[in-house]
Design a binder for this molecule. Sequence first.
Ligand SMILES: O=C(O)CCC(=O)C(=O)O
Length: 235
Amino acid sequence: MTSPTQLPTTAQFERIDLDPTSWLDYAESWLSPDVADALLADLLANQRWEACNIVVAGREIPQPRLMAWAGALPYRYSGLTIEPRQLDPTLAALNDAISAVCDVPFNHVMLNRYRDGRDRVAMHADAERELGRDPVIVALSLGAERRFRLESKDKRRTRKQLQLAHGSLVVMGGACQHRWRHEIPRVNQLEAERVSLTFRVLRGPPGWRPADWTDRRPRPPQSPESDPKSATAAR
Ligand SMILES: O=C(O)CCC(=O)C(=O)O
């Protein structure tokens, strides 16, 4: 188990603005290489990694990666309801440290294991109602460096990308889940494994929704530097 005392409770973030309302914060070296190596070995050896199916266009297909879900509540996405396991001491220590770093009381962790470059996650947004409006979601990356690609949902389809380093944290914030999608694309000739842990605040069980939820996002406040065409296209 990774000792909680080895986990920093602050991080040096670089801010990457995606649009006037959506941003990423990236900390390339949140964990030292030694701590990141030990944590990766611990997670590979001690977590129960599951192959889960999702439903796409009415057909059940295997997800191209292994995963697990930890916290108190089940999570439902893409036709899959995944039952939770308890946060074990390693996951609880990480959850506490990353909650302190971001000043957000995370309560659930999704674990993804990309066995090699063929494993991936397709373009999607984590916009389930149970996460509430504008959820902050943080990913800790361990192991092989992989490309993180984002694409805006408006008709411009603006693209951004960054490489996620071993021991790094990336925070998706603001309207990121409502205005952008993200993916970890397949890469050729990569044999090394990668594990990512994404920390989320789940506000209720599957089907829960905030009292003020509407399926359309209110128009963002206009700022002098915002581009009016982009604000219109994003609605
Ligand atoms: O592996 C990652 O860094 C991203 C995972 C992801 O997109 C997700 O859990 O929603």
